[in-house]
Design a protein around this ligand. Sequence first.
Ligand SMILES: [Ca+2]
Length: 195
Amino acid sequence: MRAAIIALLFVFPLLSGLGAAHEPDTFTVIVREDTHTPQEVNLVVNDTVQYYNADTRENMTHEIGLDLNGDGDFNDTDEFSSGTLHSECDWDNDSDCRVAWIFAINTTALVGNYILSDLLSDGSEIEVRLNIAADVHLEVAPPIGECFGDCEEEEAEEEMKRSSQTDLQKGLMLAGMMMFGGASALFVATLMQKS
Ligand SMILES: [Ca+2]
């Protein structure tokens, strides 16, 4: 019995930590000739989105960025961009060549809903939607009329709905932690028996 209690003490902090933290995710967008797949990405701060150029037309490049003043470049105040994205690179001769833009959302300053532009070297443009939210825990507020204090179960449900993209990952993590917890319990029980 004592062994079981000690084992639970090991497992509980792990399980409670699972619901409290947003695990950083990486999203991949395939940049095609005339569209992106997917066309819209929803991120939370600390996630990463990577845009891979899969447009293999010869001499065609893409550049994705925020053109705040709509003047057709990404060089003005508060604008940012991927730089030129090629479909293939000869890194031996051009180490700066890029086929992908890996955009790490590492600051809350980026929170917002963006309509980015993918400017192609032939002058055409693809609209790119990118929504960046603050960490879910800063956003979650119970609807009016619901309790703020002793309603932990409801808060937990809310978090699951909002982070559905990571449910599989969370499930895998949970399974891993259960196994770890089980192993810890066995280990502690063995120790208790020996002593
Ligand atoms: Ca501009």
